[in-house]
Design a protein around this ligand. Structure first.
Ligand code: AMP
Ligand code: MG
Length: 343
């Protein structure tokens, strides 16, 4: 079996276990015959692989992603998000409004485990600059007073933040964009494609031979493939501690997924969450949120909603797979035990 590593978060196996490789399907050519596109945006490699050439669709995808990056990147001073963070009040575009509305409604759904106003805390830990630092409790206490998505006011397209609040849409943006890319591809008649935005994978249809795609799930340290998911037409999003972290002199690990209640990296016993869903944005939000919730709350959330599936990996090397994925998931590494989550 030939494996092709495309992303760091969710690792893609571009070929099926039958050994039929899609490698020739995704070879780069030009224009109408073009089947693949890779470029850097949103702090990650964006790649789209089609099983049939469609250069027009790929050109539209690139313009679409770059357009949204210009609106939402916190690294660009001119982006709407940066301007909003600075001015605290701004009339935003419909796309930004749409994502903000989704973010606030979603935060409500996960009881605040997800909160776009966590951004100043993420910055204080140095995750935005890679200049890592453990903030003092008093600094965190001060920053946490401005963390509350419920204090974001929306009046039509006019958004107003609380005085010390800053937001980052990064926890949802890739999911939103993956859904948008899928819509563009489908508009162009594409029926089989794989979209990868560094950890956010979106599968359009099945492979060219009608078989399912195989999507790899990374081991908790990100160095190996823990297992595979055989899927068709799904969004697959992983949030893993290994994606961005630092270690202090005593060997304690601090990662980029924060508990909005404490201002500390989530310490729930979960070290990686992969969500499978029809919706990329929902999967993106859930992967972060279930990481924060921990196994028990995450399992209860799944039982209550049952509109997504999940693979949860704990720091005890236990892998929990929700009922709908039990036939799709296969373990590839030794040393882990797989458990099912059923209602
Ligand atoms: P993801 O990689 O999708 O799990 O998103 C993680 C990114 O979202 C982090 O790099 C932070 O910028 C931000 N983030 C971290 N914790 C949270 C949280 N609890 N709610 C919302 N965004 C968060
Ligand atoms: Mg996410």
């Amino acid at each position: 079996m030939k494996k092709s590593l495309i992303a760091c978060g969710v690792l893609l196996l571009l070929c099926s276990c039958s050994g039929a490789s899609d490698a020739e399907d995704v070879a780069d050519t030009t224009d109408a015959e073009q089947t693949s596109l890779t470029f850097f945006a949103m702090d990650t490699y964006v790649s789209v692989a089609l099983t049939q050439g469609n250069g027009e669709a790929l050109a539209e995808v690139e313009a679409y992603v770059l357009g949204l990056e210009a609106l939402w990147a916190t690294t660009l001073e001119s982006s709407e998000v940066s301007q909003l963070n600075q001015e605290k009040s701004l009339v935003v575009s419909d796309e930004t409004l749409q994502l903000l509305e989704y973010a606030c409604a979603f935060s409500e759904q996960v009881s605040g485990a997800f909160d776009i106003s966590i951004y100043p805390v993420v910055k204080a830990w140095g995750f935005t600059t890679y200049d890592y630092n453990i903030p003092s409790q008093s600094e965190l206490d001060t920053l946490l007073t401005a963390v509350n998505y419920q204090d974001i006011e929306m009046d039509g397209n006019q958004i107003t933040l609380a005085p010390d609040m800053e937001i980052d849409l990064g926890g949802l943006a890739k999911g939103y964009i993956a859904d948008g890319i899928e819509a563009i591809l489908r508009d162009h008649g594409v029926e089989s494609a794989m979209i990868d935005l560094g950890g956010n994978v979106q599968l359009v249809g099945s492979k060219s031979d009608g078989s399912q795609w195989m999507v790899g799930v990374s081991s908790p340290d990100g160095t190996d493939i823990l297992g595979g998911l055989a899927l068709t037409d799904k969004a697959v999003v992983t949030s893993g501690g290994y994606e961005r972290y630092f270690t202090d002199d005593d060997g304690n690990v601090y990662w980029h997924i924060m508990n909005p209640q404490t201002g500390y990296p989530a310490d729930s016993g979960i070290v990686s969450v992969t969500i499978v869903s029809d919706s990329g944005i929902y999967a993106d939000g859930l992967s972060t949120s279930l990481f924060v919730m921990g196994l028990e709350e995450a399992s209860e959330f799944w039982v209550e909603h049952q509109d997504f599936e999940a693979v949860l990996i704990t720091d005890t090397q236990d892998v929990y797979v929700t009922q709908g994925l039990m036939d799709s998931f296969s373990l590839a590494l030794e040393g882990y035990e797989v458990w099912g989550i059923v209602p």
